[in-house]
Design a protein around this ligand. Structure first.
Ligand code: GAR
Length: 216
């Protein structure tokens, strides 16, 4: 088999998406290897998940850097130390500098808990409920300088039920996140997904603006 795709995952919290990524690589035929997990929070449970899976971890405290640019420069240095082919933001709750985003142009993916372009930013489940949406979901997209705004790779939608709360919605969206993020990682690692001039492509074909629509 050809050399596997080196992946570095950035987290800030629980790391349930990280766990799904790790679990998806458990079989023999794996096109990707998670080389390292980096957190900006020392107490992120995802660091423990990584250790248990035998993956190298790094903690980089953003509070000990003078500004966003110097923290991001240190982050780049750490990531590049692992020869990353792909960087995955998995609940990494930091706004990234333009330099960082440009450095990883075309090899930086994020997962976001809404059907982008709806509900960029925070409190997505509550906002979907308040808007009375019939559908909600999650998206994987290439990261560009626009916050939560880059070309979409894949989305999964779920119906909103009349008795849903932000918590119940979040739970069901999480289940979908844990399916589509490993899928997007695999597609990238296999060379099937790329960022082209006009947007994300799958097997050389331009994806629709909403990305591939994943259905369970
Ligand atoms: C996930 O729901 C992810 O979509 C969200 O943070 C959560 C992390 O959960 N990311 C964002 O909101 C980014 N804008 P996890 O730590 O259990 O994977």
């Amino acid at each position: 088999m050809s050399t596997p795709c080196n992946v570095v995952v950035l987290i800030s919290g629980s790391g349930s998406n990280l766990q799904a990524l790790i679990d998806s690589l458990a079989g023999a035929d794996t096109p990707a290897v998670i080389r390292a997990v980096i957190s900006n929070r020392a107490d992120a449970y995802g660091l423990e998940r990584a250790r248990q899976a035998g993956i190298e971890t790094r903690f980089l405290d953003h509070k000990s850097y003078a500004d966003r640019e110097s923290f991001d420069a240190a982050l780049i240095q750490a990531i590049d130390g692992f020869n990353a082919d792909l960087v995955l933001l998995a609940g990494f709750m930091r706004i990234l500098s333009a330099d960082f985003v440009r450095h990883y142009q075309g090899r930086l993916l994020n997962i976001h808990p809404s059907l982008l372009p709806k509900y960029k930013g925070l409190h997505t489940h509550q906002r979907a409920l308040e808007a009375g949406d019939a559908e909600h979901g999650c998206s994987v997209h290439f990261v560009t300088e626009e916050l939560d705004g880059g070309p979409l790779v894949v989305q999964a939608a779920i119906p909103v039920e009349s008795d849903d709360t932000p918590e119940t919605l979040a739970q069901r969206v999480h289940v979908q996140e844990h399916v589509i993020y490993p899928l997007a990682m695999r597609w990238f690692a296999e060379g099937r997904v790329r960022l082209g001039e006009q947007g994300a492509t799958l097997d050389g074909e331009l994806l629709p603006a909403s990305g591939h629509s994943y259905r369970t």
